[in-house]
Design a protein around this ligand. Sequence first.
Ligand SMILES: [Fe+2]
Length: 440
Amino acid sequence: MNLTRLKPYLPSLFFVLALCVLVLSLWRPHAGHHRMEEGDFPNEYVPAVTWPLGYFEVAPEIENVWIDNVPARVENGRVWVDNLTIGWHQLKVRRGDSIEDRGRALYVTPFGPDNFFWVFVTDVHIARFGKYLREVAENGFKLINEIGPAFVFCGGDVTDYALDSEYEGFLKCRKSLELPLYMIPGNHETYIDPDLDHWSEMFGPTDYSVKFGDALFVAANVLGPYRSWGGATREDLEWIDNQLSRDGKIKFFLNHLPVVYSQTTIYTIFPLINRGEYNTCVCRGTEELLEILRRENAISVFGHWHVFDEPFVYENLLFFHVPSLTPNSKGGLIRWLLGGGMMAGGYGFYIFRVENWKLTYAHPIDIRKLEIVREKASDSVVVVRIRNDHPYPVPLNLKFDFRCGASIDGKPVSCVTYGQVSWVRFDAPSGLTTLTVRRI
Ligand SMILES: [Fe+2]
């Protein structure tokens, strides 16, 4: 049968399908939650990130902490880190009578909390069916690792249908990332796993908060089941309210679905989504959620729509839509119907920099527009060639497994050294840059 002949009837079919999704989502409106208890932090899924001579916070019930089997100083809920090497460390904690092995649950970053950058990557869409651009996902994670942020959040939709083979593909792709990767589920993950039980077995809690110094990150799940639209229940709002009320000088609210966005998609025919001044994918509890974000002046970061990357300001609140990492999922029927475009996207992630508790940099990075190539010039010199085709600089924190100094056109560049490892830290300007790194 020639499917093209059916095309005139597809808008009606699509409308009926959308109504079915609406009815389904009203019948069973919310995906399951696996909320992290305060005392369960940190753990291998939600690790603590700290800095040399820094600290991380734990719940009052945690009385003792061992880092790499050495007792750590715990004072007023803060665990102090002395003389640890940069990288991963093992944690044990005592809670009441039991000692719990938390595994690889602590990461020491070479950044201080007063000036650091972090990455939000989303919508990796490892696909079982259709075109599977695994190298795009792999290159994306390799590039993020090379850029060297303090930590990374992954905003969900790592699969198309939450199939085991897709998760396996994702786990392989993310292997090249040595940094902490905090996972958030997406609506595609609820297709066949509406309670997110399977997701949680692999990635831990679906809702949690973490702090880096005085920067607070609240990751929440406001998804609907079976890939339907999202919404926040009274219980969700209470949890988000509690978490965003934690102390913090800058606060981020992270989830998969756009809370507020400006772009028009075909779904904006539905008043649940189209609220006049903005569109939303968090269709219930929207005003209450906005009220909490307003009160805490929280910056929202999310993915879902794949294509657009412009920040949106609504009532003085900042909303960042992060484009998808891969163009794997192209929206199938919708794309065919509308002639493409809406769901293609791909090749992107976002870098956010926080300086003295202010957001000072927020830009999308297109992995095709940034290339970092290292060449060994001699035993003591490495030349790094950087091509940045973005119209703005890109922050870099390049790691070298030796003590080094660095320069660009003879001018010295900032270098941070701990032990025998150095990080060259600078903003790569637009165009071509040649960085010379010398062993010292
Ligand atoms: Fe997606």
